[in-house]
Write a new protein. Structure first.
Length: 303
């Protein structure tokens, strides 16, 4: 009984101070880590919030607050300076961005919308596989590039396996290098579904990020407010995987299609991206990003 009371007290403290992460963790060299779409982070740096939460950065306090959309009650999220201490150091061992397209807008981006399809399940489970559209402040790929002094990515993300099942799921993410990682609760999805990714600027430095299942109508979304998010000109369509190096059975066999891709500038005018395709420096399974046109990109596995 005493243990139950202690457990309830700890849970209450967790809810009062910060949202606890529901993301899977793993141990390496005595340290607990979580996978994120920017590589492994210390688990204490990764936090999960309910869908529709408003994430607010308070510059004076140097910390985030998670604001409930209904009650407006704020809960503190501790600052975390993640040093990216875990990870391979040689490109021949590379796990990460396996295939992707990128494009930089010469003007402010006010929205990036588009669909990406859910492929079949891999024969064997990787540690985690991600597919996403994303917006970054700089052109940075984990491990391949030197760490920039400031980094932000906002992204709706398709993930396999899910945190709570042996299937696909969707979350929205906000990832930094020096102030932690925040993700929404996951929603389930299944092969053949289409995920609508929505990144829309709703203020000078405020973004709405959402992933929506076309099949079920379920969504997982949040708002993020921070001054340094005023400019996110780098646009991506990406395949990322950790634990896929053991063979091609850790990847799907069906392609994932990114379609109806639509980007608007700061004045709300449609712009035409000229996507450039890239592949991993350790492309074991010959994964490819194939550009058909400005609105249609396909990620192909095991080509």
């Amino acid at each position: 009984r005493k243990m139950k009371v202690v457990g309830l007290v700890l849970l209450s403290l967790c809810l009062l101070v910060v949202y606890c992460s529901g993301i899977k963790t793993f141990m390496r060299n005595g340290v607990e880590y979580s996978h994120t779409p920017a590589g492994p982070y210390r688990a204490d740096c990764v936090h999960t919030v309910p869908s529709n939460t408003h994430i607010i950065w308070e510059e004076k306090e140097q910390r985030y607050y998670a604001e409930d959309p209904i009650t407006a009650v704020r809960r503190a999220i501790p600052l975390c300076d993640n040093k990216q201490e875990l990870g391979v150091t040689r490109l021949g061992e590379y796990d990460g961005w396996l295939a992707y397209t990128s494009w930089k807008s010469e003007t402010d981006v006010s929205s990036f919308l588009g669909y990406f399809s859910v492929p079949n399940k891999p024969k064997n489970d990787p540690e985690v596989l991600y597919l996403f559209t994303g917006l970054q402040n700089v052109d940075w790929v984990p491990i391949v590039d030197p760490e920039p002094p400031v980094f932000d990515i906002i992204q709706p993300v398709l993930q396999y396996p899910a945190d709570n099942s042996n299937g696909w799921s969707v979350k929205s993410w906000y990832v930094t290098l020096n102030s932690g990682v925040i993700a929404t609760d996951e929603i389930p999805t299944t092969p053949g579904d289409m995920i609508f990714g929505n990144m829309t600027k709703i203020g000078p430095s405020n973004w709405y990020i959402a992933g929506v299942s076309k099949r079920t109508g379920q969504s997982t979304a949040f708002r993020v407010s921070r001054d340094r998010l005023k400019s996110q000109p780098w646009c991506y369509n990406t395949l990322e995987c950790y634990g896929c190096g053991g063979g091609c059975s850790y990847e799907p066999t069906e392609p994932s299609t990114f379609s109806q891709l639509a980007i608007r500038d700061g004045r709300g005018r449609a712009v035409t991206p000229v996507w450039k395709a890239y592949t991993s420096p350790n492309n074991i399974c010959n994964d490819k990003a194939v550009v058909y046109n400005s609105t249609y990109v396909q990620i192909r596995f095991n080509t």
